[in-house]
Design a protein around this ligand. Sequence first.
Ligand code: SF4
Length: 377
Amino acid sequence: MPTSALREYVRTHAENRPGVYQMLGTDGNPLYVGKSIRVRTRLLSYFRAPAEEKAAKLIRETARIRWEYIPNEFSTLVREMRLIQRCQPRFNRQHKRKRMFAFVKLTREPAPRILPVTRAVPDGSLYFGPFPAVGKISRTVRDLAHAVGLRDCPGPTPIFFDDQLEVFGEGRTPLCMRAELGTCLAPCCGGTSSEAYRRQVVIARRFLEGRTRAPLVVLERQMQGAVARLDFEYAARVRDRIKRLQDFQEHLAAFRGRIESLTFLYRVSGFGGDSRLYLIRRGRIRGEFPYPTTANERREIDEAVESVYRAPEQGPASLAPHDAAEILLLARWFELRPKELKCTATPKKWLASGGIRPFRPRKRKAGGSTAEQAAPA
Ligand code: SF4
C-alpha cells in the first residue's frame, strides 16, 4: 500500500486508545512492533517523521499496518514484549535500547560449562540471573568454574572422560594450563570420569540456586593454606574471589526474593471502564480476566485462583528464557510504580475478601500536590 494510502487508512480507522501495533513488510511479516496508550496519534506521528529518521525509513518499508486495542498500559507492555519475542521484528532488533542484562548459563553438553551470556535462548541450558552487566559477572563466573573444576574452553573441544580412554586411546595431554594448575578436572584428556565431572556440575548448579556454599569452602581452605605458607599475596587474591562469589550468591538470592514477592492478583482500571484482573505468580502472568461484576464471574475467578496458586511449583532457582523477559518487565513496572501495589491482593486475601479496590489518581488540587485515593470496590 502506498504511504499516502496507509496514512489515510490510519486516519480513518485508528482510535486514540491503548494498543499494540505492527508494521508489516511486503512479505506479511512484522518489521516492527510498538505500543502506545494513544494508537492513532502514535501511528500518525510516523508519517510526519523527517526522511532521514528511522521512523520514516520504517514507514517506507511498510506495506500494511495492523493494531489491536488493549484495555490498559500494563497489558500493552506485556503484549508488545511477547510479540517481539515471538516475531523478532527486524526494526525492534536494530533499534532496541542498548541496555542489556546478563545471565549465567549452565550449558547442556557432555562436559557442561558455566558461561556469562547476554541472552537466554531455549537450548536446554539453565539460566541464572539476571545481572546488570555481563562484564561484571565474567570474572565471578570464572572464579566459580575454577573453584569447582569445570572447564571453560570452547564448546567443540573434544571430550574424553577417563572411562572412555580405553576406547579412544590413552596418552592424551591437556589442552590448556588449567589442568596443570589444578583448576580444571580436564575432561579433554581423561583427567576425570564423567560421574566425577557431573558431581561438580551439580555443586555449581546448587551454588547458583543458593543451596550450597561448597565452592566457598574450597576457596576458604585455599586461603588458609596460603596464609599458613605465608603467601599473603595469593591469600589476598583468594579472599577477593570469596567476596565476589558471596556477593554473587547474595544477588541471586535477592532476585529470587523479588520474583517470589511478585505473587498476587492485580487489578488494573482501563480504557472505557474496562477493569481487568491479572493472576501473577512469581513474576509471570498466569491468567487474565475482566474484573468480576457478578457472583458467577467471581466464582469462575476463584476457581482459577485455586488452580494457579495452589499448584506446586519448583523453586525459582533458574529461569526459562521466555520467563526472564516477562519477570524483568513486571519487576520494573512495580518498581517504577510502587503505588500500583495498592491494587493487588494475595490469593489468600482475595479468596477471603470482597475484592480489590481500583486505584485512581486524585485530581491535582489548586496549589497542591497530587494525592491518591481508592474508590470503593
Ligand atoms: S584443561 Fe582441558 S577441559 Fe579444562 S579448560 Fe583446559 S582445555 Fe578445557
